[in-house]
Design a protein around this ligand. Sequence first.
Ligand code: VOV
Length: 249
Amino acid sequence: MVEAVETMDGWYSLHDFRSIDWSYWKQATPEVQKEAIASFEELVTKWDAVEEAKNGSHAMYKIVGQKADLMFMFLRPTMEELNELETELNKSKFAEFLIPAHSYVSVVELSKYRPAKDGIDPETLPETQARLKPILPKWEHACFYPMNRRREGDENWYTLEKNVRGKLLYEHSKTGRKYAGKVKQIITGSIGLDDWEWGVTLFAHEPLQFKKIVYEMRFDEVSSRYGEFGEFFVGNLLKKEDIAPFLEI
Ligand code: VOV
């Protein structure tokens, strides 16, 4: 029987996409708009404190195109905390002007394809823990998309031996490493949690690097034969201090 790979799982993740009801927003009085902006900023202050205490992380991006206006990526130790966060956002004054656009639930994942070095379980290493519970980079651009590994005829990831899968992922990582400093990836696993098998969140200083890396990876066997992709979302960083100017009419 083909052996599954053991995964190391870290913080739970929620990608929460919202559209802004701009017509409704434009009709709101300046006082109401002020109150809504303040409620949003207060939430961000709370999220910043959680991140400061290393109990989670978050990032906010303004999505380009009509799939959504905002993407929030939240990381928390438990699923309950993600739920609380989402509910608190929904109860805020600002949420009166938001329309849910999309969401994705997953958990930060690393896999143990490589044999343990010197018999040390990689999960116990501080550098692994830092990758499983990452503080999200507030790089200028982010790109999110879900993906599956194919399970069709001769292209069935789940009938490949573990060492073969490990080798293909090693080749994949060699392409990825060429983008060091240009693209940072957070892979979240969502088998049993959401509609696709993995969420791919990429951060870059330069949006063209998303196209370059995704294109180059399309030629890696692990993507060309075994990759299936969902909807892409791409956006620009929204900093707390830019919330008011962004919403100003
Ligand atoms: C930005 C660079 C980059 C780098 C360095 C990198 C490296 C690595 C390593 C070393 C490993 C394996 C061990 C682990 O850590 O799990 C992975 C694993 C994975 N990757 Fe990756 N990946 C990158 C980037 C990167 C991208 C851009 C994509 C999307 C692929 C595409 O075609 O659009 C991706 C996908 C994945 C997935 C879905 C997995 C899990 C697959 C599984 O079956 O388990 N990844 N990845």
